[in-house]
Design a protein around this ligand. Structure first.
Ligand SMILES: C[C@H](O)[C@H](O)[C@H]1CNC2=NC(N)=NC(=O)C2=N1
Length: 102
């Protein structure tokens, strides 16, 4: 898959305004998610893990209690691809479902 750059990248990430774009490593998306506690945080990670496996595209993430920090980039492309943006959208949707249900 081709690395996103320039206007193509800017257009793609406009779909995930909650995420921060870092230029390191050819482009990374980062976001911090905060939950009501460890259980909801881990439930979120479990749901996303299954989606990541289906997509064969996996996050770099860290969890401490009620927080999950996520970095998305595509190792095979040494940068940001549509796969990262798509996984970010999956995470945003999973988070929105939980945030609305708390
Ligand atoms: C062999 C396997 O398909 C590849 O390693 C996939 C798996 N998941 C992946 N996840 C991410 N974030 N980047 C990749 O390049 C990638 N490649």
């Amino acid at each position: 898959m081709k690395r996103l750059t320039g206007v193509e990248r800017d257009a793609a990430i406009s779909a995930v305004p909650e995420w921060t774009l870092l230029d390191e490593a050819g482009g990374q998306l980062q976001r911090e998610f905060v939950f009501a506690g460890f259980g909801p945080a881990f439930a979120f990670m479990t749901e996303v893990a299954l989606a990541a496996e289906r997509a064969d595209h996996h996050p770099d993430w860290r969890n401490v209690y009620d927080r999950v920090w996520v970095t998305l980039t595509t190792h095979d492309a040494q940068g940001l691809t549509q796969k990262d943006v798509s996984l970010a959208q999956v995470m945003d949707a999973a988070y929105a479902r939980r945030a609305s249900s708390t």
